[in-house]
Design a protein around this ligand. Structure first.
Ligand SMILES: *[C@@H]1O[C@H](CO)[C@@H](O)[C@H](O)[C@H]1NC(C)=O
Length: 173
């Protein structure tokens, strides 16, 4: 008796799932005709990082990479906190923002480079503003190919950038 009921239930399940697949195929066809495209799950994975200077940086040289070593987020592991470089794991559009804080009497100039090519500049000047600590930010949106590399480097020499108050972040759109 019970096994007969179970058998009927299983049949019902199978029929139900066939029904589901038929419906799915139908909706899938409709969506495609409307212009939607299939996307594999990995393409939807989040790529995002945020890192701060772990200590104050003093007297950096021209073109030296500014390494934001204190990582607070690194989804997708595209940012390397040892080198300060972000390597695009997939092609696409990416947004980057960096903030530098300096102290009064000092200045710190940086630029964002992709594969060594300058894209965007940031100049923080604490010299002109009395006793204030100065902070400046820049942001950029880039089209990147897989394995393109982005980093923040010095524009000429930099006197001092404040740890914790200076940061670098980015994500794939
Ligand atoms: C970061 O880069 C260094 C130097 O190229 C490398 O040795 C290290 O394995 C990298 N770290 C990660 C987490 O990829």
């Amino acid at each position: 008796m019970y096994s007969a009921i179970l058998f009927i239930l299983i049949l019902w399940e199978v029929r139900g799932s066939d029904d589901f697949i038929t419906k799915y195929d139908k909706y899938h066809r409709v969506c495609k005709r409307m212009g939607f495209q299939d996307k594999r799950c990995e393409e939807r994975e989040i790529i995002a990082f945020h890192a701060r200077l772990s200590t104050h940086l003093k007297n950096l040289k021209d073109k030296e990479v500014v390494v934001f070593a204190d990582v607070t987020l690194n989804k997708g592991n595209a940012y390397n906190a040892t080198t300060g470089k972000f390597t695009a794991p997939v092609k696409g559009h990416y947004s980057f923002t960096w903030t530098i804080a300096t102290q009064s009497g000092a200045w710190f100039s940086t630029l964002l480079v992709i594969n060594g090519k300058p894209i965007s500049y940031n100049h923080v000047n604490g010299k002109s503003q009395g006793a204030n600590h100065e902070t400046g930010s820049s942001s950029v949106i880039l089209k990147m190919e897989k394995n393109d590399v982005v980093s923040i480097i010095m524009y000429q020499t930099g006197e001092i950038a404040y740890g914790l108050w200076s940061s670098f972040s980015g994500f794939k759109l």
